[in-house]
Design a protein around this ligand. Structure first.
Ligand SMILES: Cc1cc2nc3c(=O)[nH]c(=O)nc-3n(C[C@H](O)[C@H](O)[C@H](O)COP(=O)(O)OP(=O)(O)OC[C@H]3O[C@@H](n4cnc5c(N)ncnc54)[C@H](O)[C@@H]3O)c2cc1C
Length: 379
């Protein structure tokens, strides 16, 4: 006979930033008996591997629903950080220093010019800088810079502190957590969720949130829409920079560097299909270091102190998968955040809590609904 774990109002599968944020938003609105089931440790996967950039403008080529969702989440970060600080005393190191984007070639300049034009037409804050003006912002940048853009509102957060803050806040709000326990399947009877079967036993519940990151498709059965989420490996390296050599995030079309308050300078990343292999490779490190040195030759003298890799969760169409599924009552998705899960953390929590508690299907949940995958039968 299968052992039983105490039932829960809502079970959240996965304790990355997304599962943690959904739990937090639910508990903050007064829901008791929220249970996170996490196979490893809280935040152990993509959420701690990330660079923590909140940079929708630096990365966007057009104004679309996804871009607007990202900007809305970025703009909600100051209030979110403040709430976490008040609840836990933990500062998630939300910076307000902006993001610099450098061009080194004619092709880079064309790409930046296009971004500058559509964003100024859309009334967004973006500055075009000469190499000299860019150097006034960041003296460490290469002499080969031809021009730059600056996005004053794009910024960064310390994602590992974000994980700690959410975990601590959830603890204070009595969210239950099972770590080292995996969900093997979601139990459905007569088109309703009845619980989840875990490695530690059965948990009865009427609502389940699927927030399993790159592993999401492994817990989805045939009765549910499958967004075919696949892992996309990203490698990172970290240098020791004391004193810190940069104030803000600096991008080129080939990489980025992210200065942290503790003296680390992170550099990333790669975009690779390598299955669930999280190992760092020589070629990965080489390409990251080459891009970092292009941004700032001063990095050549810094000790390389760490390297790691994580798996970004990418859905078949590259967009997030958010909200209830029409076919099975009680199943909610919070998955497929791909390159932007840290950025989309606050808004994902809010949207999912609204859908679960108030049955509110706001416009983003219609656009990013899991039901768009209902008819997808091929990988
Ligand atoms: C190198 C790199 C750099 C990045 N940089 C940025 C950035 O600058 N800005 C940004 O916004 N985003 C960035 N990202 C993306 C971001 O990290 C992800 O989008 C985000 O962390 C996804 O969060 P998640 O909670 O969905 O997934 P995860 O953090 O992977 O968490 C999912 C959790 O679910 C658990 N799990 C899975 N299956 C089960 C199961 N069956 N039972 C129990 N538990 C299960 C896993 O153990 C895991 O802990 C980056 C990612 C990488 C790899």
């Amino acid at each position: 006979m299968t052992e039983s774990i105490k039932p829960a109002e809502v079970v959240i599968i996965g304790g990355g930033v997304i599962g943690l944020a959904v739990a937090h938003a639910l508990a903050q609105r007064g829901l008791r008996d929220v249970l996170i089931v996490e196979r490893a440790n809280l935040g152990a996967e993509a959420s701690s591997a990330a660079a923590g950039m909140l940079a929708p403008q630096a990365e966007a080529d057009c104004d679309d629903d996804f871009f607007r969702l990202c900007c809305q989440s970025r703009d909600s970060y100051p209030a979110f950080a403040q709430t976490l600080k008040e609840e836990t005393g933990i500062d998630i190191e939300l910076e307000t220093s902006g993001t610099l984007y450098l061009a080194f070639t004619e092709a880079d300049e064309r790409e930046l010019q296009k971004r500058y034009e559509w964003q100024t037409r859309a009334g967004l804050e973006v500055e075009k800088l000469s190499p000299e003006a860019a150097r006034l912002h960041e003296p460490c940048i290469s002499a080969d810079v031809r021009s730059a853009l600056r996005f004053p509102l794009d910024t960064q957060v310390e994602n590992r502190r974000l994980i700690s803050a959410l975990a601590t806040a959830n603890d204070a709000l009595d969210v239950r957590v099972l770590t080292g326990v995996s969900v093997d399947s979601i139990d459905v009877k007569r088109n309703r969720v009845t619980g989840v079967l875990t490695s530690g036993g059965f948990v009865a519940c009427e609502r389940v949130v699927i927030a399993g990151g790159a592993w999401t498709s492994q817990v989805i059965n045939d009765a549910l829409p499958n967004p075919w989420i696949e892992p996309v490996r990203g490698q990172m390296v970290s240098f020791e920079a004391t004193p810190q050599i940069a104030r803000q995030v600096i991008y080129s079309p080939r990489g980025y560097v992210v200065p942290r308050r503790d003296g680390r300078l992170l550099a990333g990343s790669t975009t690779e299909l390598a299955g669930f292999d999280k190992r760092v490779t020589a070629a990965g490190v080489q390409s990251i270091v080459t891009s970092a040195l292009e941004i700032s030759p001063a990095i050549a003298a810094l000790p390389l102190t760490a390297s790691w890799a994580g798996l970004r969760p990418r859905a078949a169409d590259g967009l997030p998968v958010l909200g209830p599924c029409a076919e099975i009552a009680g199943v909610f998705y919070a998955a497929g955040h791909y390159r932007n899960g840290i950025l989309l953390t606050p808004i994902t929590g809010e949207l999912l809590a609204g859908a679960i508690l108030d049955e509110e299907i706001s416009p983003p949940l219609q656009i990013f609904s899991p039901d768009r995958f209902q008819l997808m039968t091929v990988r």
